[in-house]
Design a protein around this ligand. Structure first.
Ligand SMILES: *[C@@H]1O[C@H](CO)[C@@H](O)[C@H](O)[C@H]1NC(C)=O
Ligand SMILES: *[C@@H]1O[C@H](CO)[C@@H](O)[C@H](O)[C@H]1NC(C)=O
Ligand SMILES: *[C@@H]1O[C@H](CO)[C@@H](O)[C@H](O)[C@H]1NC(C)=O
Ligand SMILES: *[C@@H]1O[C@H](CO)[C@@H](O)[C@H](O)[C@H]1NC(C)=O
Ligand SMILES: *[C@@H]1O[C@H](CO)[C@@H](O)[C@H](O)[C@H]1NC(C)=O
Ligand SMILES: *[C@@H]1O[C@H](CO)[C@@H](O)[C@H](O)[C@H]1NC(C)=O
Ligand SMILES: *[C@@H]1O[C@H](CO)[C@@H](O)[C@H](O)[C@H]1NC(C)=O
Length: 467
């Protein structure tokens, strides 16, 4: 998600943990790599991106999916599920659930109790992060943080003592806004410094809307999860960026819509035409007005509803796609991943207008396999697929991310939106989605099942509220 951060942490804090030693605590079969499942939580309130959209009833009521990772904080470890966010850089836990937009979800994601940890090391330094739609006040501490088999020592993180309207803590996996080599010891830095990965790089594979097989691979790539070649794109340097900040932002060269009836609509087509931030913490994508207006021509049913667009739900088996061009790669997003279900008969386009801070969020990322290479300031991307698993380690140096082609065959994407449904519109109730999700879940932890069973598709009819 977008962060307008005011960062005040003194450098001395960072310096004290900068010299981590290599450790033997690695995954045995895959040295330098950690593959870890991402849990998709559908039915969660969508975070507003702009301050001016706060209080908008549609944005507040539209439900989306958020992507979390389970971590263990402290000694002994306490399980906490946090949003995996390529759009921010810090780890923090313990949102104030009283002020959360979904208090019951918030409570079920786990709470870290520092009094029960023998390794908690409080710094007493307080800090406020202002997100587009809220704030988090926290105190910095050093603590043991376990991600799968990797037990990070002395990870700097924030323990929130107040927040609004956050439902979950956040694992910021993006660079510090101040620079790639800023001394703030982010988790991605610590993974490399303490020897769990060879360099600061990871792959994120959210998988399609109905899948629970998404994963993040710290220090590695899974060629069984994409088709075609991984296209390498340079990250736009901070000094050339619209906001002067270091972020995972690359140029998008074009967008087209392939409609179900075979028509191709071009929303824009220009090399290096549009900088976009790749932000897994953003449910929706955001694009400038002129591009959105052209894109809408591919969706004749679209009607503006506040900042969003109501569109017809994709028909079962729809072969329509929204196509994003990056250099020599075209990422084809099936309509089911690009369009959000609102209720049984209404859907919303997964894009809103934002002229200042264009973002490709989950409505794009579900269809992409993306490698985030901090050390070389590159993004590599390909079409997401799922045809087995073959892990390749990311090494060090300029060619750390090898030239790779996915093991999966390129097939015409087809929306599985409601492919298993006998109804003509969308998910008719939460039971089906829940059972579909759970059968495919590699790691259905107790926490996960508890949350999904109570929060899946709390269906609200929100479009009507705006009319
Ligand atoms: C807590 O962190 C500070 C700053 O890094 C360090 O000087 C101190 O030794 C740590 N205390 C413990 C008990 O680890
Ligand atoms: C947390 O920060 C917000 C925004 O700066 C502020 O309004 C609020 O009073 C702070 N809360 C506490 C408990 O300090
Ligand atoms: C959470 O917010 C409520 C309402 O403002 C406040 O009373 C409570 O003290 C806060 N709790 C924590 C742990 O910050
Ligand atoms: C979808 O299928 C229809 C009917 O077979 C075909 O006319 C159309 O070209 C296809 N569209 C795409 C984007 O493949
Ligand atoms: C095909 O779809 C486009 C855009 O959705 C629409 O403008 C056009 O009229 C449609 N053509 C047919 C033959 O349905
Ligand atoms: C929900 O869907 C499931 C599976 O399709 C079905 O068995 C169940 O009867 C449905 N429940 C309701 C309340 O419609
Ligand atoms: C899930 O939690 C319940 C109690 O909350 C416990 O009895 C059960 O053993 C747990 N199941 C697993 C698979 O951990």
């Amino acid at each position: 998600m977008l962060v307008s951060a005011l960062k005040t942490l003194p450098f001395m804090l960072a310096a004290s943990v900068a010299a981590g030693q290599p450790t033997n605590n690695r995954m045995v079969h895959h040295p330098g790599m950690l593959k870890y499942p991402i849990t998709a939580f559908p039915g969660v309130p969508v975070r507003a991106i702009n301050r001016r959209q706060m209080g908008n009833s549609l944005t507040n009521q539209l439900k989306g999916t958020f992507y979390s990772i389970d971590i263990e904080v402290g000694t002994p470890g306490q399980l906490v599920s946090v949003l995996f966010d390529t759009g921010s850089s810090e780890l923090w836990v313990n949102p104030n659930c009283t002020k959360a937009s979904n208090p019951s979800l918030c409570q079920q994601l786990g709470h870290f109790d520092s009094a029960k940890s023998s390794t908690f090391n409080d710094t007493g330094i307080k800090h406020v992060i202002g997100y587009g739609s809220g704030y988090v006040n926290m105190t910095y501490a050093y603590e043991a943080v376990k991600i799968g088999s990797a037990k990070l020592r002395n990870q700097l993180f924030g323990v929130a003592f107040d927040s609004k309207p956050e439902n979950y803590g956040i694992f910021g996996a993006g660079p510090d806004l101040r620079g790639w080599d800023d001394p703030y010891p982010t988790v991605i830095n610590t993974l490399a410094q303490q020897g769990f990965t060879s360099s600061r790089a990871y792959s994120l594979d959210l998988q399609s809307i109905e899948s629970q097989r998404g994963s993040v691979i710290f220090g590695g790539i899974d060629t069984g999860k994409f088709s075609g070649h991984l296209e390498k794109r340079p990250v736009i340097p901070a000094e050339q960026s619209p906001d002067g900040a270091t972020r995972f932002r690359i140029y998008l060269d074009g967008i087209t819509v392939s409609t179900e009836n075979g028509t191709e609509v071009t929303a824009f087509d220009k090399v290096d035409g549009q900088p976009v931030l790749l932000d897994s913490g953003a449910t929706l994508s955001s694009l400038p007005g002129p591009i959105v207006n052209e894109l809408l021509k591919g969706f004749p049913s679209a009607q503006a509803r506040g900042p969003l667009y109501q569109v017809d739900c994709p028909v079962p088996g729809s072969n329509g796609t929204v196509n994003f061009k990056f250099g020599n790669a075209i990422i084809k997003v099936p309509l089911a991943d690009f369009i959000l279900q609102v209720d049984e008969s209404s859907c919303a386009l997964g894009v809103q207008q934002n002229d200042e801070m264009p973002v490709l969020g989950d409505t794009f990322l579900r269809a992409a396999y993306v490698v985030y290479d901090w050390d070389n300031r590159n993004i590599h991307l390909a079409n997401s697929a799922d045809c087995g698993s073959h892990l390749v380690a990311i090494g060090k140096g300029p060619d750390a991310v090898p030239l790779l082609t996915g093991d999966c065959r390129e097939t015409a994407p087809t929306s599985t939106f409601i492919a298993t449904s006998t109804s003509s519109v969308g998910y008719t109730n939460s039971t089906r989605l829940s059972s579909r999700s759970n059968t495919a879940t590699p790691v259905p932890s107790n926490l996960t099942s508890a949350v999904t069973s109570t929060t899946l598709y709390t269906i609200t009819s929100c479009f009507s509220n705006l009319q």
